[in-house]
Design a protein around this ligand. Structure first.
Ligand code: NIG
Ligand code: FE
Length: 417
């Protein structure tokens, strides 16, 4: 089947010669076509261009469904390269504890936080986890996300980590959007191993990783390498073990301090290092010329009132930056990538164009899928959205409280929610 989107006021993030990501000054460049058409055949983008080049043959094709996009913009779907959207229950009580003055780390030390989510996950069936995660997944699809990475990490023992990863696999099989699975057995140190974390690391290495690999349950491996969580030494042991089984790292680093997590990620050729509230010259130097995508999570910084990652310095140093939601019950209970885009502009002083690259192409790279997602390019998967009537690309991050996404197309099919 063919779909023709016509009279598009502005077709955004168009590529004739696709690149894998954009870095430094290039991040401020987004190609667009005004008064454009776009043709989708089956699940793939077939052609696009200015309306006056729309060939007559397409108009005679009776298998063609036409959508008039007058006054509307068309964007490639967001790619959200960092989420924890499989979880048993929200943690709004901890939200109130933090309002009253407790810190995220204090809550974690008392057995709240990630450990609290692990306890709840243990008590919840795979079916229930799947159902609630699919509700969240549909919620983000509605909000314009067309590819998502999902982490484990609320299991924290072999059985429950595998259970979580199987739920993610079931989501992968049944979800209309592209899903990538990340094994995060090293998300927190379980209470029983508090005084001997390396024993838990041994379990991750000797039990969990071989089983995750045997059942092909994950695309990536993650570690929360930070103060009070996993040390650089333990992180390196885990990443090395994962690499032996073909699991490429994509890790949490430098959220709580200058811990060396970024350097450890680069050393093991991580596809991305994520959070990055604490970044200095050494971290920037390590990232330059690496294949690792620096990924910032504005929702977590906003929700936990954290120090902001020096995004401008990183871009000015020539680095690429990606922005993801970190959708999770503890530090970022939202997967709204339009809101993340607004935060990119408002809090991190990114230009609207930089934010578009950071939430589409660069996050696609951070999931290893930028050859098929992240821009409007011939042959890429037709995951995109049509906005309401808006004046231009600045308006989306500007009108941060409005829902400006009117129509979502996934794999070339218009979604009816
Ligand atoms: O990315 N920083 C570590 N992990 C998550 C938080 C998970 C939670 O609090 O449940 C994050 O922010
Ligand atoms: Fe996270």
């Amino acid at each position: 089947m063919k779909l023709l989107l016509e009279n598009i006021k502005e077709l955004v993030q168009v590529e004739d010669q696709p690149v894998l990501f954009r870095a430094g000054k290039e991040m401020a460049k987004v190609n667009t076509i005004k008064n454009a058409f776009l043709i989708i055949r089956d699940e793939v983008i077939e052609d696009f261009g200015p309306m006056d080049q729309l060939k007559d043959k397409y108009l005679d094709d009776d298998l063609l469904i036409e959508i008039d996009c007058s006054n509307r913009l068309v964007y490639p779907s967001f790619c959200d390269s960092h989420t924890h959207l499989v979880y048993a229950a929200p943690r709004e009580k901890e939200f109130v504890d933090r309002i009253k003055g407790l810190s995220y780390e204090e809550i974690a030390r008392r057995g709240g936080g990630i450990l609290n989510s692990a306890k709840l996950l243990h008590e919840t069936s795979e079916e229930e986890l799947y159902e609630s995660a699919m509700e969240r997944l549909w919620e983000i699809v509605k909000m314009g996300t067309g590819a998502v990475e999902i982490k484990s990490g609320y299991g924290l023992n072999t059985e429950d980590e595998l259970k979580m990863l199987r739920v993610i696999q079931q989501i992968k099989r049944t979800s209309p959007i592209c899903v990538r699975a990340n094994f995060l057995g090293a998300h927190a140190i379980p209470l029983g191993y508090k005084n001997n974390p390396s024993e838990y690391v041994d379990i991750i290495i000797n039990e969990m990783i071989p089983q995750v690999a045997a059942e092909e349950l994950a695309d990536f491996i993650d570690v929360f390498c930070d103060q009070g969580f996993f040390s650089v030494e333990d992180t390196e042991r885990i990443l090395m073990a994962g690499l032996k089984y073909g699991l490429r790292p994509k890790i949490h680093a430098n959220e709580l301090g200058l811990t060396g997590g970024i350097q450890a990620g680069v050393k093991y050729n991580a596809l991305s290092v994520d959070h990055l509230e604490y970044v200095g010259e050494d971290e920037i130097a390590a990232l330059i010329d690496s294949e690792t995508m620096p990924t910032v999570l504005p929702g977590a910084a906003f929700f936990l009132n954290m120090k902001l990652s020096p995004v401008r310095e990183m871009i000015e140093a020539g680095l690429p930056v990606a922005l993801a939601s970190d959708f999770n019950p503890g530090s970022s209970p939202s997967g709204n990538m339009s809101l993340i885009s607004a935060m990119g502009c408002i809090n991190f002083k990114m230009l609207p164009e930089e934010v578009i690259n950071a939430t589409t192409l660069n996050t696609a790279y951070a999931m290893g899928i930028s050859e098929s997602y992240g821009s409007i390019a011939r042959g890429k998967i037709a995951n995109l959205f049509i906005t309401t009537e808006i004046p231009g690309i600045e308006y989306l991050p500007y009108a941060y409280g409005s829902n400006l996404i009117e129509t979502v197309i996934i794999n070339g099919e218009v979604q009816n929610f």
